[in-house]
Design a protein around this ligand. Sequence first.
Ligand code: CTP
Length: 398
Amino acid sequence: MFTGRRILLIIGGGIAAYKSLDLIRVLQKRGASIVPVMTRGASEFVTPLSVAALSQNKVFQDLFDLTDEAEMGHIELSRSADLIIVAPATADLMAKMALGLASDLATTILLATNTPVLISPAMNVRMWEHASTQRNLKTLRDDGIHICGPDEGSMACGEFGLGRMSEPESIADSAESILLNGPLKGKHVLVTSGPTHEQIDPVRYISNRSSGAQGSAIANALASLGARVSFVTGPSVCEMPSGCDIIQVETAAEMLNAVQESLPFDSGIFTAAVSDWKIENPTKSKIKKKESDNLPILKLVENPDLLAIISQMQAGRPKLVIGFAAETDDLLENAILKRKRKGCDWILMNDVSPETGIMGGNENDITLISDKGIEDWPRMSKRSVAKLLVEKIVDELV
Ligand code: CTP
């Protein structure tokens, strides 16, 4: 099962395209959501309308569609999935991929992507056996492209041999093993996420605007590369990540406890917007407005700093500790100092001033600070930030 995973399905222009309709159904049954892309040739074999109806999603077809570019550019489209499947992968598509051509939306996505790619070739047996196709196949394999099939059997063209597209169930099995046996297999990663609630009385609390979206996207990206993820989250409105151990907490103290109980882990990513303070003595009963003539005075005490505690562990410190720096002023200066003060390895700085729309929004604008220097990332979706960060984590841990 790959519940919650997003698969970009590129349907090539071959007679086997009709099997892609069944593939959509099989992948969905295993929990994936499908973003379909069709080549011009594909729409000669199956209609975009049936693909849209089955996938319950918009079908992307044209590189130069301004509406698509405004909604989601082709680069973003190529990065936002956990896996790209090309089925059927025609001889023409394989050749273009091997050469690195970007002549339409499908090939541009395939050239721009940083996501694992699985192709399911389908063509006439002579085309499959042709030296060019075999040469392209080797190139694609060397480039790290995963290949499922083709199978042997009688083909629509009346010939018999290797060239039939694999059955949807086997393509789905290959997809599952790619998603579950990623480079982070065997690694344990902890992610803190969301805000915390610090109680004032039984009905009131102190909190902040964090939605938990960035933490959830990071946990999803880690799990899709095979990591065991402990996801410790405060009360969040955001959808929980799939394939993770989810530990729900309310306060900073509970979050610290959950983090310490999750040790040892290879890497800790602290995205939670932990409340810096809590009320010294929360009351057991609701504070009544009319109890006295004075306004209630709330005495604050500092909460433990989870990131600093884990970063400064003497024994058993995780290999890679990553924090976020939510800033509104003197961004870079504050973030550099924060990294030093807390002792984490990397810090991802973001500007959380209300006008950026980052806190509670879908996008993020990151500057990564590490001992290698300062790296400015372009503004992108939180999902893409997660994927980019996780790629760097793979480089560091594996
Ligand atoms: N953090 C934490 N525990 C806390 C406070 C913060 O683990 N009690 C972590 C956050 O998850 C984040 C990093 O520390 O990874 C920085 O959080 P941020 O809110 O930017 O900084 P603060 O430590 O709160 O400092 P300041 O309020 O001065 O900006």
